[in-house]
Design a protein around this ligand. Sequence first.
Ligand code: C5P
Length: 244
Amino acid sequence: MNSRMPVQDRVIVALDTPSLDEAESWLRNLHGVVSFYKIGLELFTAHGWDAVNLVQKHHGRVFLDLKLHDIPNTVSRALRSVCEHGVDIVNLHALGGYEMMKMARASVEEFSKGSGKRPQLIAVTILTSHSQETVSQELGIRRKIQNEVLHLAGTARKAGLDGIVCSPKETAMIRKKFGNDFLIVTPGVRPPGSSRGDQKRIETPMKAIRVGSDYLVVGRPITQASDPKQAALAIFESISNIKS
Ligand code: C5P
């Protein structure tokens, strides 16, 4: 758990845009304020490794949000390039299963040999855009979301993963069950008064930190603000004195 880390290092800004120029304008705007960025499917499918290189050129750390989900062999082989590019965090879907996660974890270790730096490998549990209704009716999962997240987190931990992605609504439960040596990254974070967009299981930054999330992933509340830097600073201010 990273409670001793400065708050500004615990907010990961999602660079969700298909434009490298727009991503660079956010990086310039947030320079000296934000140190960690998430590259997700939108930017990665448009620009691939150029997007990763861009963030690293601006001295940002990279969470590569690829949400890998395929047969074990394919996922582990895809991780070779990820390791070669020196990203800090990469993720896969826990729903890919134990064998997939275990093999991926071993590959990350192997592909990082000699580089002195291994990406942290974390598992998405249940997307924060899902509600109990969609999980039951569309995915056919019978458990309550909380129990399903707990179950998937346990499988990820058993497979040797470094942590999980979950909603801040599930953080306290996961922290209690798995202790401090398990990374919890939470999207679904919304400052009071901001639009929830397509997110369903949301909390404020203050609450997410208080319950023990290590990192908060924040996209639109910062990138779509009229002044992204001010929006980021307001979030830091709101979490600066929270004890987690
Ligand atoms: O704009 P917003 O703050 O909703 O962005 C959240 C980001 O976190 C998006 O890039 C989304 O892909 C990502 N994410 C998520 N839920 C997960 C995993 C990742 O919202 N479970």
